[in-house]
Design a protein around this ligand. Structure first.
Ligand SMILES: Cc1cc2nc3c(=O)[nH]c(=O)nc-3n(C[C@H](O)[C@H](O)[C@H](O)COP(=O)(O)OP(=O)(O)OC[C@H]3O[C@@H](n4cnc5c(N)ncnc54)[C@H](O)[C@@H]3O)c2cc1C
Length: 389
């Protein structure tokens, strides 16, 4: 239901989302799926609830980590007169006058340090992503986050966002920085062993559950950051491990990580607790209490009964350690429903469009898991349509 999606999204974003933009997304996300399929993107045939997803509304493309989108859309682009310039860093967006007139093109630099200019025939569309990799900028808005790592690209530094601000663009929600579970700083690899929410619990260094695992990402982040070491373990049994391996399609990585000791494996909860270095009796109590809550369909920490399905009971048992990392920035430039960038006086900046993580207002103060891709393809499509007009 589009209406239910709208209501869920407004609520998840702390009602800080821009209603018009949220409506545009929730009423057109299904069309984005159809558009992607039309352009050759293949999806798995199930719908699930991803961690931070809050509702079973998530699709998985067939290939891992975004490859399905890039591969299919690249094939389409190659059939069209579209030039993709890699190794080309945009250093300026050019407007007729500093705070006035049309946006008329971009300046970019190539590795040989030469500057190039492109004149826009119709519009410039900024799709440069967020600023999660910019520790200082994120720390300015939420000082707790400056020392964390990032799960995002090293290029997610926000220069293009700053260029648009220089051209007069209004920003919204810049202090809403989403963190997700990632590797602790002393660990070399991130292992995706806390994805399928119905199969695991989080425990702290005292072996105790401290947060409902199906909480929104901002709630999880606050809970992790309130722990003395800002860390927690996911704990699951062999059923959960199998689901993460097979449905998560990371069997090789997870099995390799057992050998390197990043994923801990044990035949009993007692043995697992010893390997984790947490109090044995506490971890046993935590698992027993959780298993009882599956029977009772009621959890002391408020986990949704729909997420109280699988007991942690069939060995071997597994654990992995996690910390928070800056992941997604909900803030960015203000756009309207046609993806036109709005200036600080409330006017459209002619010739400048933006879509994706560089924009703000769509996810409120918390992006629902899975809504990043829905956002970029929906507003990306509308930015393209607006440009053609
Ligand atoms: C690890 C990870 C997992 C995720 N998983 C999911 C998921 O399962 N589902 C979901 O919905 N969302 C997910 N997200 C969020 C989602 O991937 C992002 O919201 C989305 O990729 C943002 O798309 P974008 O096109 O706006 O920006 P990006 O994908 O960040 O792309 C921006 C591009 O612009 C380039 N760029 C930036 N500045 C310049 C410049 N000056 N000159 C030239 N190029 C520049 C960058 O190099 C980059 O290639 C995930 C994010 C991360 C980090």
């Amino acid at each position: 239901s589009e209406q239910l999606f709208f209501e869920n999204k407004m609520e998840a974003g702390g009602y800080r989302g821009n209603k018009k933009l949220v409506k545009k997304l929730t009423e057109n996300a299904d069309e984005s799926v159809a558009w992607l399929k039309d352009h050759g993107v293949e999806f798995m045939d199930y719908i699930y609830q991803v961690y931070g997803g809050l509702h079973p509304r998530t699709r998985n493309p067939k290939l891992h980590g975004g490859q399905s989108y890039i591969k299919a859309l690249m094939e389409c682009a190659q059939k069209l007169p579209i030039t993709i310039r890699t190794n080309s860093r945009v250093v300026d967006i050019i407007r007729e006058a500093p705070l006035e007139g049309r946006v008329i093109g971009v300046e970019y630099v190539t590795p040989d340090k030469r500057n190039h200019f492109i004149k826009a025939k119709r519009a410039v569309i900024a799709a440069s992503g967020g600023y999660s990799a910019n520790a200082k900028l994120c720390g300015l808005f939420d000082p707790r986050l400056e020392h964390l790592g990032t799960s995002n690209l090293p290029s997610a530094t926000g220069e293009i966002l700053n260029d648009m601000i220089d051209l007069g663009a209004q920003t919204v929600g810049m202090d809403y920085v989403q963190c997700v579970i990632n590797k602790p700083k002393d660990q070399s690899t991130y292992v995706p062993l806390s994805i399928f929410v119905d199969y695991f619990i989080f425990v702290n260094w005292d072996g105790e559950r401290f947060i409902k695992e199906d909480a929104a990402r901002d709630v999880l982040c606050n809970a992790f950051l309130a722990e003395p070491k800002e860390e927690a373990f996911s704990v699951m049994d062999s059923k959960g491990f199998d689901v993460h391996c097979k449905v998560g399609r990371v069997e090789d990585l997870l099995k390799k990580s057992i050998k390197t000791g990043i994923v801990l494996e044990a035949n009993s909860i007692e043995e697992l607790a010893k390997k984790m270095g947490v109090p044995v009796s506490k971890l046993c109590q935590s698992v027993e209490a959780y298993n009882r809550s599956v029977d009772d369909k009621a959890d002391a920490l408020g986990r949704d009964p729909k997420m109280l399905v699988h007991k942690i009971e069939t060995g071997p048992f597994y654990a992995a350690r996690f910390a928070m990392a800056r992941h997604h920035t909900m803030g960015g430039v203000l756009i309207n429903e046609d993806a036109q960038v709005i200036d600080r006086k409330g006017n459209v900046i002619p010739g400048l469009l933006a879509a994706g993580e560089v924009t703000g207002g769509i996810h409120g103060n918390n992006r629902i898991g899975g809504n990043g891709i829905a956002d970029i393809f929906t507003f990306g499509r509308f930015a393209g349509l607006t440009a053609t007009k």
